[in-house]
Design a protein around this ligand. Structure first.
Ligand code: THU
Length: 133
């Protein structure tokens, strides 16, 4: 399954709308239901309005009624270039994902033809959450 998610993440890079950074990101988010939600980055001329691939995917999943997740695969690199190193989720995405992810939700970081698998808690050891309110 991780192989499949990594492959989808790589494929999704081709759907990116990234005319400003020319950095294309694809993600594949696996919900506990077994459904996979795809995402890619969507930039904006007002740069701050850009949406990262991770938040596109989780938004698509949430509106389908999903709220628990097994894994997310992320693949990002300069447009037209291979993914040679891990693309970590940005701080805003970590915070967004933390609302729905468990400590052991897997983050699959695509790297070349392979990937590394990390627990979400390794990427985000501590985040602000509902228990802090
Ligand atoms: N980006 C993502 O979509 N996800 C990440 O994990 C890192 C960054 C996007 C935002 C922007 O469109 C481009 O990559 C460069 O920052």
């Amino acid at each position: 399954m991780y192989d499949k998610l990594a492959k989808i993440a790589l494929e999704m890079r081709s759907k990116a709308y990234a005319p400003y950074s020319h950095f294309t990101v694809g993600v594949a988010l696996l919900a506990r239901s077994g459904e996979v939600y795809e995402g890619t980055n969507i930039e904006n001329a007002s740069f701050g309005a850009t949406i990262c691939a991770e938040r596109v995917a989780i938004s698509r999943a949430i509106i389908e009624g999903e709220n628990t997740f097994e894994a997310i695969a992320i693949a990002g690199a300069k447009e037209g270039e291979e993914v040679l190193k891990p693309c970590y989720p940005c701080g805003i995405c970590v915070q967004t994902l933390s609302e729905f992810f468990d400590a052991d939700t897997k983050v699959i970081l695509v790297e070349g033809d392979s990937y590394t698998v990390r627990n979400f808690s390794e990427i985000a050891p501590a985040t602000f959450g509902k228990e802090d309110l």
